[in-house]
Design a protein around this ligand. Structure first.
Ligand SMILES: *[C@@H]1O[C@H](CO)[C@@H](O)[C@H](O)[C@H]1NC(C)=O
Length: 274
């Protein structure tokens, strides 16, 4: 079914109402088509989700989603589609109220400002298992409500100073399973609401005492399976909610710590990591 610009909005509106009544969570509701993507609307997690099906393809830069504007679509999802090479641009024009954004198990390589531009309601971005190697400094600039950012299982080599400056409400930052060797000591400074950070399975060789110094609300820190050979434990000071630090499988220390044993943590780290 091909929709022209003029009839698109009423047709989609009717489809949404009909499907809403018939659809159970997680079930494909209905499909509307276009020359570029076949679009599935899903009723998922209590909100309407725009679902790229496995034929959807974005093999050129600056491609926009061809759908009618909808204020009730709150999720955008693609899983295991190896033809989405670029993220769509100007998504805000179609789905201004997007809350969740998941493009997982794909082949996306870069993230830029135009991909998340003006998506001010976004709370969750999940780009797990792609080939992301570059993130521009302003990529997340508009995302002041973002709570969870998953960039795990990509090929990032470093984390720069400005990448996370605007996502001030972030609670969870997942960066495990990359190739991260260097992290700016300022990289996480503005993430004062952060609860969880994972940097496990990377190539970190040292852990500076200034990392995470501003993240006082941290609860879980995963640093296992790196190559850390010197580690300054002052990095974990002043965090009264800290519950767990995992340092297993590094060069100088082979331990994980729950709150109960934090007192002995510093001594053990100092003994083995200098
Ligand atoms: C942080 O991670 C822990 C352990 O996986 C989890 O129980 C908790 O809900 C996470 N916190 C947030 C804010 O999601």
């Amino acid at each position: 079914m091909k929709l022209t610009k003029n009839v698109g909005i009423p047709v989609i509106a009717v489809i949404l109402i009909i499907s809403f009544n018939n659809v159970r969570p997680g079930e494909a509701a209905t499909v509307s088509g276009s020359s570029q993507n076949v679009i599935w609307y899903f009723f998922k997690m209590k909100f309407w989700t725009f679902w790229f099906n496995s034929d959807a393809e974005i093999s050129e830069i600056d491609v926009q989603i061809s759908a009618s504007k909808s204020e009730c679509v709150k999720g955008l999802v693609s899983k295991n589609n190896k033809k989405i090479i670029y993220l769509p641009t100007r998504v805000y024009e179609k789905f201004p109220n997007l809350i969740g954004y998941e493009i997982k198990n794909g082949v996306v390589k870069t993230i830029e400002y135009k991909h998340f531009e003006k998506l001010t309601e976004l709370q969750l971005i999940d780009l797990f298992d792609n080939y992301i190697s570059t993130i521009s400094n302003d990529a997340f600039k508009d995302l002041t409500k973002l709570k969870s950012l998953n960039l795990a299982d990509n090929v990032l080599k470093s984390i720069d100073r400005y990448t996370f400056d605007s996502v001030k409400n972030l609670r969870n930052l997942y960066l495990h399973k990359n190739q991260i060797k260097s992290v700016s000591i300022y990289a996480f400074d503005f993430l004062t609401e952060l609860r969880n950070i994972s940097l496990s399975n990377n190539k970190l060789e040292s852990w500076n005492g200034d990392y995470l110094s501003e993240n006082k609300k941290l609860e879980y820190i995963w640093l296992e399976s790196n190559k850390i050979k010197d580690l300054n434990p002052t990095s974990f000071d002043g965090k009264s909610n800290l519950k767990y630090i995992d340092l297993q499988n590094n060069q100088c220390i082979d331990n994980f710590y729950y709150t109960a044993s934090f007192s002995s943590m510093k001594e053990k780290i100092q003994a083995s990591c200098q």
